[in-house]
Ligand binder design. Structure first.
Ligand SMILES: *[C@@H]1O[C@H](CO)[C@@H](O)[C@H](O)[C@H]1NC(C)=O
Length: 358
């Protein structure tokens, strides 16, 4: 190789390096965050027969078949943190299939649990997956705070990164490093802001009763099995307690409650969390988020004045946007991508009116 190393190749090498760095330096929250192997932070949760780990333990496949779904959980509860995975969803006909990547303490606090979700809702063949985010605090499930979006890519073709930042001040959902939803904590939100330590879950399961067009399309196991793949696993945060199944729930409640109360215990981790890139929403990031939401969002509680005449305190209401929301809402329609022809890609989403859609 050394013999081929002519002097004019040096600038080329430098150029390539510079270009590579420019590409890698795109605003990608969490891209510089170390990933871990499954064994370093996770434990199987259910359907272990339907869980497959790669030889290097950095990729996990979860399958739903007619016998079972599957899931894994972090080995600890965390009091705030940054949680991320690259996720690839099953292809073709996936109506009724739900893939979820979320934080929760619902197994410990039955009546007043906290939860932050990415929920992927399968669809019929040629219809796109939907993505939903939810925010619950202290059992606020009767005040649903969901949003739904179309993803600006085919989530079955390759893995994309989904991340949740949860600090004492703000929750931010990220997709491929782009902030897509921000829920700042405010006094008015009260207990609705998730405040007790949560574990991270990744699951696949049968959501036939509701996931696709309100349950109209159920899981068709003849089209299965359905497999979702998780890699680039990130767990950064302050561990509050070990997740142990068959644990004495009352004792665990006390332990998690005490961890939430003790500010000093996690002060270092909290400082690191709040000063990281992914915890700071610059004006530019906020603009990018707004544009993303205008393009991709199907539904937000913030603009559903039928359901919530007064918007939630964390809503950043923009009147022009709200007007548009009523114009398209769930009627936003996606044309399936044309595959394998000349490599040209159509825009992922197109807005059409309800009349055109049907
Ligand atoms: C959470 O709910 C419990 C009862 O379910 C209540 O006693 C407590 O005050 C609530 N906490 C907050 C922060 O609102």
């Amino acid at each position: 190789m050394a013999a081929c190393w002519h002097h004019y190749q040096v600038p080329v090498a430098l150029l390539v390096a510079a270009l590579t760095m420019m590409i890698m330096a795109r605003p990608a929250a969490g891209s510089d965050v170390p990933t871990i192997a499954f064994d370093e932070g996770f434990t199987p949760l259910f359907g272990e027969a339907n869980m497959e780990r790669s030889p290097d333990d950095r990729t996990v496949r979860l399958t739903l078949n007619r016998y079972s779904g599957s899931g894994f959980i972090s080995s600890h509860y965390y009091h705030h943190g940054f949680f991320s995975a690259a996720i690839r969803l099953p292809k073709d006909h996936t109506a009724g299939v739900v893939v979820a990547f979320y934080l929760s303490n619902g197994d410990v606090f039955e009546k007043n649990h906290d939860e932050l979700d990415f929920e992927f809702l399968g669809n019929r063949r040629r219809h796109e997956w939907r993505l939903q985010t939810n925010v619950y605090g202290n059992g606020s499930t009767d005040r649903g705070r969901e949003e739904r979006y179309l993803m600006p890519f085919d989530p079955t073709a390759e893995a994309h990164r989904f991340s949740i930042l949860w600090s004492s001040r703000v929750v931010i959902f990220y997709m491929d490093g782009v902030a897509v939803r921000e829920v700042p904590r405010s006094g008015a939100m009260g207990g609705d802001y998730p405040s007790k330590p949560m574990a991270l879950y990744a699951t696949i399961w049968d959501g036939s009763t509701w996931a696709t067009d309100n349950g109209r399309y159920k899981v068709n196991y003849k089209r299965g099995p359905f497999t979702a793949e998780f890699s680039d696993l990130v767990l950064r945060g302050c561990p509050a307690a070990a997740v142990m199944r068959h644990e004495d729930t009352a004792a665990l409640q006390l332990q998690l409650g005490a961890a939430a109360e003790n500010r000093d215990r996690c002060a270092g981790a909290e400082f690191e969390l709040m000063t990281a890139d992914y915890a700071i929403v610059t004006p530019r990031k906020r603009m990018e988020m707004r544009r993303w939401r205008q393009r991709q969002m199907l539904y937000t509680v913030c603009y559903d004045t039928n359901r919530y005449p007064a918007p939630f305190p964390e809503c950043d209401v923009n009147m022009a946007e709200r007007q548009k929301f009523w114009e398209w809402g769930e009627s936003k329609v996606v044309r399936p991508r044309v595959r394998g022809r000349s490599g040209r890609r159509r825009p992922a989403t197109q807005l059409v009116s309800l009349q055109q859609a049907d």
